[in-house]
Design a binder for this molecule. Structure first.
Ligand code: FNR
Length: 348
């Protein structure tokens, strides 16, 4: 089967993954309205391409917190990569390094942070944190990540409790016994998420700042009010995200929320987006609306399910080629040429 676009990988993963794993990856909360909106919303945003602008030499590189990446896409944190491929997060780290992009490793990885680092030394990686009730567990993970050369700390703020994902409940989802949440072994019973701390507040940003020199990126912001608070609390970046529609159902698509967040932040910190990125023109639209970079969640898992590290590289290469082509067809030779003038919202 020729793999031409990301939906080809989705179809492959759906066909070949065990149902319980496919359902877990695909799940949205409740009626999955927000999950689906993340994708549909791109159809309401139309491009305004410019012509005759010499696109013979294309430069699609950009910078993430000062570090150069080959194009403005990274890998969003997702848990349990061994459900997709036996080498799990080690394969993810290798693919990200090979493509010179950023990989955000989840607290809920099935490989340890050491294993992830050793698999792709020198690769650009950020560590995603869920704060646990036992703060010593979180503190130790942050300090370990920093010591291992992770270059950013991503605090996910949209999961005080796990959203209601119906298929996971029906399937009685849990990790198979041979897989472990390796970074939390001993910290709590596997897959029992109730030790996440739902009492976290903005003040905990100061606690994190006292523990680490890493830039702090806050993931899960959807409103201008919270974007302003994030800037005021001294974070270095914001990921506009609704957790792929897996948490609160009924919220807007991330591409729609991006607009008010970018307006509120006024270039004080970098703003990124995840949710629903499935092709090159989606990336172009997100950058036109002010995102510095976008991240992919499920498509990375489909790539892993297809052929591990190689399959994930295939997914990233397709996105890279599509993004370069979309930029050229819109009249942008450099990422800095992309701006708000490139998009309009459809009235429908
Ligand atoms: C996630 N996501 C997530 N986020 C996070 O901060 N920590 C995590 O451990 C996870 N785990 C996770 C597992 C699975 C299976 C999915 C699908 C998602 C959310 C993720 O980082 C990201 O916000 C969304 O996946 C982006 O949407 P798309 O690209 O999947 O549409």
């Amino acid at each position: 089967m020729a793999m031409v676009c990301l939906s080809d990988f989705e179809a492959y993963a759906k066909k070949y993954l065990p149902k319980i794993a496919w359902d877990f990856f695909a799940a949205g909360a409740d009626d999955c309205i927000t999950r689906d909106e993340n994708i549909l919303a791109y159809k309401r945003i139309h491009l305004r391409p410019r012509m005759l602008r010499d696109v013979s030499m294309m430069d699609i590189r950009t910078k993430l917190q000062g570090t150069e990446i080959s194009f403005p896409v990274g890998i969003a944190p997702t848990g349990f990569h061994q459900l997709a491929w036996p080498d799990g997060e080690k394969s993810t780290a290798r693919a990200a390094k090979a493509m010179n992009i950023c990989y955000i490793a989840s607290t809920y990885s099935t490989c340890t942070l050491e294993e992830i680092s050793a698999a792709a030394p020198g690769g650009l990686r950020w560590f995603q944190l869920y704060i646990h009730r036992n703060r010593a567990v979180s503190q130790q993970l942050i300090q370990q990540a920093e010591a291992l050369g992770f270059q950013g700390l991503v605090l996910t703020v949209d999961l005080p409790y796990t959203g209601k994902r119906r298929d996971d409940i029906r399937n009685g989802f849990r990790l198979p016994p041979h897989m472990k949440l390796k970074n939390l072994e001993g910290a709590f019973e596997v897959c029992k998420m109730s030790l996440l701390d739902p009492s976290v507040t903005w003040n905990d940003i100061y606690w994190l700042q006292s523990l680490t020199h890493l830039p702090i990126i806050i993931k899960g912001i959807l409103t201008k009010e919270d974007a302003e608070l994030a800037v005021r609390h001294g974070v270095q970046g914001i990921i506009v995200s609704n957790h792929g529609g897996r948490q609160l159902d009924g919220g807007s698509a991330t591409i729609d929320a991006l607009v008010e967040v970018v307006e509120a932040v006024q270039d004080k910190v970098e703003v990124y987006l995840d949710g629903g990125i499935r092709k090159g023109s989606d990336i172009l639209k997100a950058l036109a609306l002010g995102a510095k970079c976008v991240f992919i969640g499920r498509p990375a898992l489909w790539g892993l399910a297809y052929k591990g590290e190689e399959g994930l590289q295939d997914v990233l290469r397709i996105l890279q080629d599509e993004f370069r082509l979309s930029m050229a067809l819109a009249g942008c030779a450099n990422v800095s040429d992309i701006g708000r003038h490139l998009v309009q919202f459809s009235k429908l």
